[in-house]
Design a protein around this ligand. Sequence first.
Ligand SMILES: [Zn+2]
Length: 504
Amino acid sequence: MEYEVIIGMETHVELDTQSKMFCACSARFFGVEPNTNVCPVCLGMPGALPVINKRAVEFAIMVGLALNCKIARHTFWERKSYWYPDLPKGYQISQYQYPLAYDGWIEVDVRDLSTGNWSEESTRKRIRIRRAHLEEDTGKLIHVGDKSYVDYNRSGVPLLEIVTEPDIRSADEAYAYLSALQQLVRYLGVSTGDMEKGAMRCEPNMSLRPKGSRELGVKVEIKNLNSLRAVRDAIAYEIRRQTALLARGEAIQQVTLGWDEARGITVVQREKESAHDYRYFPEPDLPPLEVSDAWLDELRARVPELALSRQDRYRRDYGLSAYDAVQLTSDRAVAEWFEQVVACAADRETSAERVRMRAKAAANWIQTEVFRLMKAHNLALSDIAALRVQPAQLAQLIRLVEDQTINLNTAKQVFEEMFESGADPSRIIEARGLAQVSDEGALRAVVAQVVEAHPSQVQQYLSGQEKVFGFLVGQAMKATKGKGNAQVINRLLREALEGQRARQ
Ligand SMILES: [Zn+2]
């Protein structure tokens, strides 16, 4: 029998605000001495009063807007009972009845990742978002031997919980959803999205059912997934495990599973629990949250064009491959840098065909020379905006190659200097005398010398060994110190050789 998997995803995103959700303590706790980012509010002292972090609310609304959600205009905070020592108040301030954002969707490109190779083919899929609400993170429990320690630095850090409808149907779709969500929060600048550091934590819930059946199977939850890859591997593993169990006629247990990365298997963390009674009730220490039209408009204006939309645009307007479009949009700063190069490389007079040519050239330059030099300088992709070399200068360089002032090899040398010094390409070309030699008289003399100096290679060419032609072009380029116009040299050399053939 064939089975179908039904997956829903619950993701917690730590918002990258300066201060915590309800107090002025720093929200940046990574690598900080335990229990130093704390105050009476986030330590749950009696009588301490919370204050709403406006920036966190703005970040949450921006994510909601980017996820095509409706935004609740009047909502309030609730207390959710919590029994563990990592939240010392004994409750978590959250939103239950009326989440800040609800009824949205995200579109993702799903690619087959099973082969490990890039696939230009993809399937576009829409995954519905049920809700996204704000709450506060817990502290961290650290267990050492028979002792347990608690660090409250993370307690009270703004947390956005994003819940999908059960629309995900494969491990690849789960991967595509999560990577799109990670990219979305990074594009918005509201979270680092680092799964390895726990800034984004996801818990898929999944069940299998016979294909075509309307009933839902027994649901399991998977926790402890700290990379995109772990999510894909854990779901793929669980689909195989459950399919095998069902095929043998065995029942699936309703459990919470953990992912054992080293062994590549899921392990039972908890048996089925009775439903919690969280005893939600309105938070009496905080006012309701009102979102005005003006505020919403202001936030809408701060949501940038997202990666997928840019990819579609680059492919449609510039004829880029899916691979190039994905690479150029992987980081928002790179996408913006690329778009600036394209904008500077064309004006209103430029034909559409030439705009496409220059955009493709820009895409190639960025993915090869720009990325190579950035990597050599240990720069992250997001550092592109701070480079000495400016997008307008790369646009100039592209045009200098196009009008054959320099050839591509020389351009690469020039770019290295532009990258180091930020100088204009035309100045470097002039200062170093790198301009391409296109003068036919000069190049004809060079070609004649090369033909004369290599009689045996010329004979080989004339007897049909075409590859010798490349060698002779190379000799002519060398004679011009790499500055000869390769196209002109090619043509003149061909003329000279064919002239010899005619004379023989
Ligand atoms: Zn505090």
